[in-house]
Write a protein that binds this ligand. Structure first.
Ligand code: KG4
Ligand code: ZN
Length: 336
């Protein structure tokens, strides 16, 4: 059967990315231009700056993705783009680029949810089988999503306040690591011990929701109190203690939900899926507590934002002929 190729575009936050994906599985190209350096001095993503960089980069990145894939536009079967959630100005750059290419080459247009994209990053390195439970942990989201089939998404738990990645980045700022702090805290955590014993919020509650703002406040108060008293802080142990609290809650609730839902697979997704502590803790928990469940964790280069994952998710929609029209808009608050 003829292979189906999708040109995918992702511009929801601070990465401009384009990829060509074959049959939702094979990466022919995946170009990711990060803007992190431009945002770092502000301690977070500045939406205006993000939009401007996307405008400057988008055409070049798409051309690069097509060149690296070694195919012509006439050999594409569809153009896919992230429609949300994300920064509206940033989303619009990708959406408009995708519309222009779809129109110019008479290709179907596919609108993809960014969160679904993160989950489908796993399809690029493994085979997703259903029913599955996905723990999505990113800068903007922390959700447990049950999927009975490739096109069915049910949120069974989510954060009541900060997303896990957001909490990492906020506490990172307090101890002076560069934005985004998650990766740095993760590296520090491996050299320290859980000596501060921060609270594990909602751990014993009978639901699958999370809360990280209490943990974040507890961390910040510890730092401020020590600074006020002129006491020495062990930032390595602080990082290790924070990471232990985050992973304990995430792993505990995920395992409970996977057991209740009797899933075949547990699938980790999102930027925080790159976290070494979380990858290790989840692997150990699944091995010890539910050896019959298969755990999928994306390779590091597919955890953060990238267009390849958008192309993988879009393939399901291509098969279902679920297409968008030219009224497509960026949807900053889109849910799965
Ligand atoms: O999925 P992503 O690239 O963007 C969003 O869709 O939000 O996730 C970015 C988030 C940031 O908060 C970043 O600090 C976090 O993922 N992150 C990590 C690690 N690598 C990235 N958090 C903890 N440990 C890591 N190794
Ligand atoms: Zn993301």
């Amino acid at each position: 059967m003829k292979k189906k190729r999708i040109l995918a575009i992702e511009t929801s936050c601070d990465e401009t990315s384009a990829a060509v994906i074959e049959d939702g599985k094979v990466i022919l190209s995946n170009i990711v231009a990060s803007q992190i350096k431009s945002h770092q001095r502000f301690g977070g993503v500045v939406p205006e700056i993000a939009s401007r960089h996307h405008v400057e980069q988008i055409t070049l990145i798409i051309e690069e993705a097509m060149t690296e894939a070694g195919i012509e536009y006439t050999e594409l079967d569809a153009v896919a783009v992230t429609e949300g959630p994300g920064l509206v100005g940033a989303l619009l750059i990708g959406v408009n680029a995708a519309k222009a290419i779809a129109f110019a080459h008479s290709l179907p247009l596919i609108a993809v949810n960014h969160i679904k994209g993160h989950i489908f990053a796993n399809q690029l390195s493994d085979d997703m089988t259903f029913p599955l439970l996905s723990l999505v942990v990113s800068g903007g989201h922390t959700e447990l999503i049950y999927m009975s089939s490739p096109d069915s998404f049910e949120i069974i738990g989510e954060t009541r306040d900060d997303a896990a990645g957001e909490a990492y980045d906020k506490i990172g700022r307090v101890i002076g690591v560069p934005y985004p702090g998650g990766k740095h805290i993760d590296e520090m955590a491996h050299r320290g011990n859980d000596t501060y014993h921060f609270p594990r919020a909602m751990m014993t509650e009978d639901n699958y929701d999370f809360s990280f703002s209490g943990l974040k406040s507890s961390f910040i108060n510890t730092v401020h109190n020590a600074r006020q008293k002129g006491e020495e802080l062990n930032t390595i142990d602080l990082a290790a203690s924070f990471q232990a609290a985050v992973t304990d809650v995430l792993v505990d609730k995920t395992i409970r939900a996977a057991r209740e839902k009797q899933v075949q697979q547990l699938v980790l997704a999102g930027g925080v899926a790159a976290n070494k502590g979380l990858r290790q803790a989840l692997t150990e928990a699944v091995t010890n507590e539910m050896p019959d469940v298969e755990l999928l964790i994306p390779p590091l280069n597919l955890c953060g934002d990238n267009a390849a994952m958008i192309g993988a998710a879009a393939f399901v929609q291509l098969e279902n002929e679920e297409f968008a029209d030219y009224t497509l808009n960026g949807k900053p608050g889109l849910s799965v």
